[in-house]
Design a protein around this ligand. Structure first.
Ligand code: SF4
Length: 441
């Protein structure tokens, strides 16, 4: 039996694609191994969001080169966004690579592996969804469903549109059928995936158009789905019907990730984010009105080219006003092949670092204040397993996507109730609610 080792870099979309790749390889009779040294097929699913991601991956590729030199029968394959961004140059730069493919070409890997081809092959068309490939899920009770590929936005710092192509939505019927299969297979929590999920359905043919809010309703109606999440939405498409769905659909969790990127309307324009500060805060106000207890998280970039001290202050003002439950914060790094990489007024690293420190302080302080609202409450937790910090405790997540470490007895995949005793900015701590555990999911 041939053995494979797969290293995944980057976002949830890549994690999802890797689950499909593993499911496909298992169905071809390959077996997954823990150590790269033991593999006959060495695979990488790459990210290209930042230059640093490229450099980290190339470091790993060096080891594959050594292993291939030891045993030339080994096959080395490179998939994902970095592969798509450099295409055929993969083979020029790394002649020991046998097969390279973009995110839209995962099935071609099977074609290559089952062909007698000895020459290196590259597959880079934006063709298909891996949706029909059997997923090998990391967790039995959680499943990802990719609802669209690509992105029609042109954010000036982002490489994704060139590595994942234009937005293409999957037919709603296929998605509901996939969720039904997952639920029948024991999945309790479903996360809908897309570069821009809330733009879903616009490209579907007349007569089968379904809006994102309607799709949420269709998935919510599937028997067995206890929790429904989605990532990543765009503020410009965060319509009232989507926010209202969070108030009305029982499985749709009280958590909305709403990437801000910057609090300055001039910087947002230079980023080509197509919304301004006012529109963004208007969406936040709508969420606070329709789903008062909703957790709001975000993405913020500091140090975008030309960002002045005053414009950075505007970002801090939004953080103070919105009071996020948490935020992913990034120092701007120019990504070759993007418009922003060639913009004038690139800021120095010390300036970016100093702003990042102030931003993290504000985000953490507000997140800590926000998480205190859970202290003294009994929250529903989807159990994931032992706590990472204390093996005598369990770990899970609330519907607000807050991590919880607690004392109690429950199995991974179980929905249980926890009395919250304390809260940090990121994690809640507590004890299982006496005598009341929801039926094992
Ligand atoms: S919305 Fe913007 S940042 Fe997000 S994937 Fe599309 S282009 Fe990139």
């Amino acid at each position: 039996m041939k053995r494979y080792h797969l290293t995944t870099f980057g976002c949830q979309m890549n994690e999802h694609d890797s689950e499909r790749m593993k499911g496909m390889l298992d169905s071809l009779g390959y077996a997954e191994v823990e150590r790269r040294d033991d593999a006959d097929l060495i695979l990488f699913n790459t990210c290209s969001i930042r230059e640093s991601a490229d450099n980290r991956f190339v470091g790993h590729l060096g080891e594959a080169k050594r292993l291939k030199a030891e045993d030339p029968e080994r096959v080395v394959g490179v998939g994902g966004c970095w592969s798509q961004s450099v295409k055929e140059k993969v083979f020029e730069r790394f002649p020991f690579v046998d097969v390279a493919f973009g995110p839209g070409q995962i099935p071609k890997l099977a074609e290559f592996l089952t062909s007698d081809s000895l020459t290196a092959q590259g597959y880079f068309e934006f063709e298909s969804f891996p949706g029909h490939l059997p997923p090998k899920r990391a967790r039995a009770f959680q499943g990802w469903v990719q609802i669209s590929v690509g992105c029609n936005c042109v954010c000036s710092y982002c490489i994704v549109p060139s590595t994942r192509g234009r937005e293409v939505s999957r037919p709603a019927g296929d998605l509901v059928a996939e969720v039904e299969r997952l639920a029948a297979d024991g999945v309790r929590e479903v996360t809908l995936l897309g570069q821009n999920v809330n733009a879903y359905g616009r490209d579907l043919p007349r007569g089968s158009k379904v809006t994102f809010a309607e799709l949420l309703g269709m998935v919510d109606a599937v028997e067995g789905v206890e929790r429904l999440r989605y990532t990543s939405p765009h503020p410009k498409d965060m319509r009232e019907d989507v926010v209202r769905a969070h108030a009305e659909l029982s499985s749709l969790c009280e958590h909305i990730h709403l990437p801000l990127q910057s609090g300055s309307t001039r910087v947002l324009k230079a980023m080509r984010r197509t919304y301004d500060r006012g529109r963004y805060l208007d969406r936040v106000a709508l969420i606070r009105e329709l789903v008062p207890d909703c957790a709001i998280t975000t993405d913020i970039i500091v140090g975008f080219p030309g960002e002045t001290e005053a414009e950075f202050e505007e970002t801090l003002e939004v953080v103070e006003e919105v009071r996020y439950d948490s935020a992913f914060t990034f120092v701007f790094s120019p990504r070759r092949g993007t418009e922003a990489a060639d913009l004038p007024d690139q800021l120095s690293h010390p300036v970016k670092r100093e702003r990042m420190e102030r931003l993290v302080e504000a985000v953490q302080r507000r997140a800590h204040e926000r998480s205190q609202r859970f202290v003294g409450r009994t929250v529903e937790v989807l159990v994931e397993g032992p706590s990472r910090t204390d093996a005598s405790r369990l770990r899970g997540r609330t519907r607000h996507n807050k991590a919880v470490n607690f004392e109690g007895a429950a199995e991974p995949g179980e929905l249980t109730l926890v009395d919250v005793a304390s809260a940090t900015s990121q994690t809640l701590a507590g004890v299982q609610h006496a005598g009341r555990t929801l039926a094992a999911a």
